[in-house]
Design a protein. Structure first.
Length: 223
């Protein structure tokens, strides 16, 4: 992919790598990851705090060349919080020209109205125990497509009860094509506890397991 871009077409990048997608509805698929630097939150259970400040300015040409070398058809743009950098929208457009599936993982605190229709949005909703609860910008629910997804990290039963209220009051169970994903905080909430809560509720959630941590280890980077 040979593009003529100006010197201003750069992004602060923490890491670029390929791995098995570990979360959400594309879990298990080979995926290229572009982790952008910087975040506006400091959540208690964040497992990528290293991305908040570490990064290298990369020309978008260089980013595109790197992900092209992986030969994966799915590309996730994550962080940190990727929407903090204005040039991410240019990155969306240029990856789209290569006919790759684009996933955006966002903490949901920044307005989604400029994200193109062709981008599959994975939006977090922060629970009361996450430390990021006050950043929730529920207006963003109106910018999600029925094919997008919501992912919620659960640390305790209080979180689970709170998210039931949010989903019911915003009619989220009836809107999305795919179930809402709930993930236990790795190493804090037992998987079988969350499984029992989901089963007892009787409505459609999907339980996420952060597959990459089981494959490569909890603290492995670039996987």
């Amino acid at each position: 992919m040979n593009l003529n871009l100006s010197e201003n077409n750069k992004l602060m990048v923490n890491e670029i790598f390929q791995s098995i997608q570990g979360e959400g509805h594309f879990s298990g698929y080979p995926c290229s990851f572009i982790r952008l630097s910087g975040c506006n939150l400091n959540c208690n259970w964040c497992d990528t705090k290293y991305a908040h400040g570490q990064g290298t300015a990369m020309d978008i040409n260089e980013i595109l060349s790197t992900i092209d070398s992986f030969e994966n058809n799915i590309v996730e743009i994550t962080g940190g919080e990727p929407l903090l950098q204005d040039n991410v929208y240019m990155l969306f457009d240029l990856i789209h020209q290569s006919n790759k599936r684009i996933l955006l993982e966002t903490n949901g605190s920044i307005l989604l109205n400029k994200v193109p229709e062709f981008v599959h949005i994975i939006m977090d909703i922060k629970t009361p125990n996450s430390g990021g609860y006050h950043s929730n910008f529920l207006k963003n629910l109106s910018y999600l497509k029925r094919t997008d997804e919501i992912k919620i990290i659960i640390s305790c039963h209080e979180d689970f009860e709170w998210i039931l209220e949010i989903c019911n009051s915003n009619k989220l169970f009836d809107f999305f094509i795919r179930p809402i994903t709930l993930q236990p905080v790795f190493g804090k909430l037992a998987e079988h506890d969350l499984a029992h809560w989901i089963l007892s509720f009787g409505k459609s959630f999907k339980m996420g397991m952060q597959l990459h941590k089981y494959i490569f280890g909890e603290f492995a980077r670039g996987v």
